[in-house]
Design a binder for this molecule. Structure first.
Ligand SMILES: Cc1cc2nc3c(=O)[nH]c(=O)nc-3n(C[C@H](O)[C@H](O)[C@H](O)COP(=O)(O)OP(=O)(O)OC[C@H]3O[C@@H](n4cnc5c(N)ncnc54)[C@H](O)[C@@H]3O)c2cc1C
Length: 475
């Protein structure tokens, strides 16, 4: 093959799941050339990761799809426990808090995964990007300058490659990065999207049927006529055929086989918890399920994939577009691997019934205090903390001000005169003292975490260059 027939791109993203799509959207709005390849001929068709956590809603809002997520989704229904064909009463599986000034989303939001992916693909196309479907990666080589990926359609040369290719990641295996972990539950599970005759089951509750053989749950999926069915198999193996699913429902619930009028998608899985030993190998990064696999019980997987991508996107943007030292990219593993490890522990404990789906599952408290990019503290916040929402000048919200690919230098209730930047990469704002911040000056990263904090900006200058930010000037 001639060298000039090798396609070139800055970032090759492998896998158009939620993680790959979020990264592609983020890089597109930063003007980074990226190619997103997907082995399947179309987006994933199942409802799988249907619980969008409050922190992920904030991220999706920042990416410009907050309205679509709200329109197509709905609150998580309260559980209804069934035994021997009788309702036993409601049991709410989730922590629900009213929205506050600082936390606009107080509870998980239901949205079938296929819909989330459809919304993200539409956004990617709006931003000028797309997915190359039916394009599997089969192998890769890398050297000091870049990565050569072997795709079904021919070779591609990229400055960086991001493996967002799911739990069975071809890229992770090609790099021989080990996964360390354990089986969470020896019982296999079945998951399917099914249509149920209208009067057989109400759509008000998430139905949980307890009985011999393992539990069966049926969760109505907002914006569709479907339920997501999940069944545990204490004995035997799941039969994912339509007939197998009808027989299972008839045997384990009060519904008749014919009440399942359609099986739209089905799959089986065995809950495991495992973490990649490394999230980076040279110019290749592992993100999402490619870096960590876990039980779906805590509703963390898709959410953690989205957060991985959101953490990496702005760093790649700073290195490729704004001349930041490549060492900035080392902070991806340093920040995200501890978060993924904590999420795995949480998902396993929730799966085993050792912990409720409490505040930790909402991911609002996650941060990077111990990470290499966190410097200083001010008011009630520490660098590395999530930057809370709140009121801003002109009737706007802080999240309106943060929305977009830029950094924000925010002076809260202080006379300290913030410097100004001459470009659009750092936007400077002042706001009145506000309890979620206290007072101080905060440099907020594009992913909504506080990078630097201080009572005034005396020490800020030294923080900027490693992030690829030019010195700020005094008015
Ligand atoms: C029953 C169930 C319920 C769940 N519920 C939740 C929930 O409520 N909340 C939650 O957060 N998570 C949940 N999850 C987990 C969630 O579905 C996953 O964590 C999420 O899909 C991971 O996203 P990803 O982008 O990392 O990978 P994936 O979604 O797995 O996407 C990887 C993509 O890469 C493609 N690919 C693979 N290999 C190649 C290759 N060689 N070349 C090109 N493309 C390739 C695949 O086709 C796929 O499209 C649930 C999972 C299950 C099974």
């Amino acid at each position: 093959m001639e060298l000039n027939s090798v396609k070139e791109t800055e970032v090759l993203i492998v896998g158009a799941g939620p993680g790959g799509l979020v990264l592609a959207c983020d890089l597109a709005r930063r003007g980074v050339r990226a190619l997103l390849v997907e082995q399947a001929p179309a987006l994933f068709p199942g409802s799988r990761g249907k619980g969008i956590q409050p922190r992920t809603r904030e991220v999706l809002d920042d990416l410009g799809v907050g309205d679509a997520v709200r329109r197509h989704g709905g609150p998580a229904p309260v559980g209804m426990v069934w035994q021997e064909g009788m309702r036993q009463g409601e049991h709410d599986m989730f922590r629900r808090a009213a929205p506050t000034e600082a936390e606009p989303y107080g509870e998980p939001w239901m949205l079938p995964q296929w819909r989330t992916q459809e919304i993200l693909l539409a956004r990617l196309r709006e931003l000028g990007g797309d997915v190359a479907f039916s394009t599997a990666l089969t192998g890769l080589d890398q050297d000091a300058e870049g990565v050569t990926a072997h795709l079904a359609t021919g070779p591609v040369r990229a400055s960086y490659l991001v493996a967002a290719d799911g739990g069975r990641s071809t890229v992770r295996r090609a790099l021989a990065v080990p996964m360390t972990g354990e089986t969470v539950d020896p019982a296999p599970m079945l998951v399917a999207d099914v249509r149920v005759t209208e009067d057989a089951l109400d759509r008000l509750n998430w139905h949980v049927v307890r009985g011999e053989g393992g539990f069966v749950t049926l969760c109505p999926l907002p914006g569709t006529a479907d339920f997501q069915l999940v069944a545990q198999f204490e004995k035997g193996e799941p039969d994912t055929s339509a007939e197998g699913i009808r027989a299972l429902v008839a045997a384990r619930t009060h519904l008749a086989a014919d009440d399942i009028t359609e099986v739209r998608w089905s799959s089986d899985f065995r809950p495991r918890a495992a973490l990649a030993d490394r999230f980076r190998e040279g110019r290749v990064f592992l993100a999402g399920d490619a870096a960590h696999v876990h039980s779906p019980a805590g509703g963390q997987g898709l959410n953690t994939s989205v957060q991985d991508a959101y953490n990496l996107g702005w760093k790649l943007g700073q290195v490729l577009r704004h001349g930041a030292p490549a060492a900035l990219l080392d902070s991806y593993e340093a920040e995200r691997r501890p978060v993924a490890a904590a999420m795995l522990g949480l998902s396993t404990r929730i799966h085993r019934g050792e912990q409720e789906r409490g505040a930790a599952a909402q991911q609002l408290g996650l941060g990077y205090r111990e990470g290499p990019l966190s410097v200083g503290r001010a008011g009630v916040l520490h660098s590395g903390d999530r930057a809370p929402d709140g009121p801003a000048a002109g009737g706007r919200r802080l999240f309106d001000i943060f929305r977009g690919p830029h950094f924000t230098l925010l002076a809260v209730g202080t006379d300290a005169e913030p410097p100004v930047s001459d470009g659009d990469l750092v936007r400077v704002h002042r706001t009145d003292a506000y309890e979620a911040y206290g007072t101080g000056v905060f440099l907020i990263r594009p992913d909504g975490y506080i990078g630097w904090a201080g009572e005034d900006t005396a020490d800020l200058a030294g923080y900027l260059a490693p992030l690829g930010l030019a010195p700020l000037t005094r008015c």
